[in-house]
Ligand binder design. Sequence first.
Ligand code: PDD
Length: 278
Amino acid sequence: MPIEHAQISVLDRGFIFGDGVYEVIPVYSRHAFRLQEHLERLQHSLDGVRIPNPYTNNAWISILQELIKRNSPDDQSLYIHITRGIAQRDLAFPDSSVSPTVFLMSCPLTSPSQELLKIGAHAITAIDNRWLRCDIKSISLLPNVLLRQLAADADRTETLLFREDTFLTEGTASNIFMVKNDVLLAPPKDHLMLPGITYDVVLELARSQNIPYQIRRIRKDEVFSADELLMCSSTKEVIPITKLDNQTIGNGFPGPVVNKLRLLYQSYKNETMRSSEC
Ligand code: PDD
């Protein structure tokens, strides 16, 4: 239905408590990218907050295919939002007769501008003051909203987050990698960051091209002395970061490893993602 006709109850626990989870799935030439992995991550989020999955994977696949079919353009971003349902306002779970609310929408998927890719994104840093289950894709995004607004206020693209002001976790809506001495470094997928699907793709591409990489905790001082930095997500793909707070990264322009990964990502997208379920 047209989005302006969609309605939910004001008592929906998503509205009242932010009690729900979500997923964002990119679609290229009408092929949903890594659908299985996105559905697995959705299951992980649902399990993490104890909401029963309202559909089987096969049912999800047919619903999402229908959503893609009914929308344009060919490149879309699918949004899945599931809350614990509608009940009187009480923090404890409602009884099991209350079924989850499911909301889906499709938005046009636009790639980052050439200008941004040429110059690189400028970012700021902040203390990661979110909860300890950032592996759950929760709709309770107030901390991310506030942290991202710090970047917006400074006319920057993203905020890089550091736990205890010490080690890198991720961005407010992206995963972060750094390059030092030609080695790609990535923070480990633990409870403190969202296990990004694009993060996996970046590591696969690095492996396929024999770009050496390490997955380990990355200290804040290491990030500031990085030769290159990148941010990635389903909707942003791979974007170089060339300025952090008041410091330039490397020589202030997108560097060779990040540019290589970005171009590999583009070829993978155009040659593989567009033509098959992968
Ligand atoms: N966000 N970390 C956070 C906190 C995110 O919100 C996202 C994605 C990522 C990257 O995950 P993926 O590669 O699977 O997109 C990392 C989506 C795009 C969003 O909230 O719109």
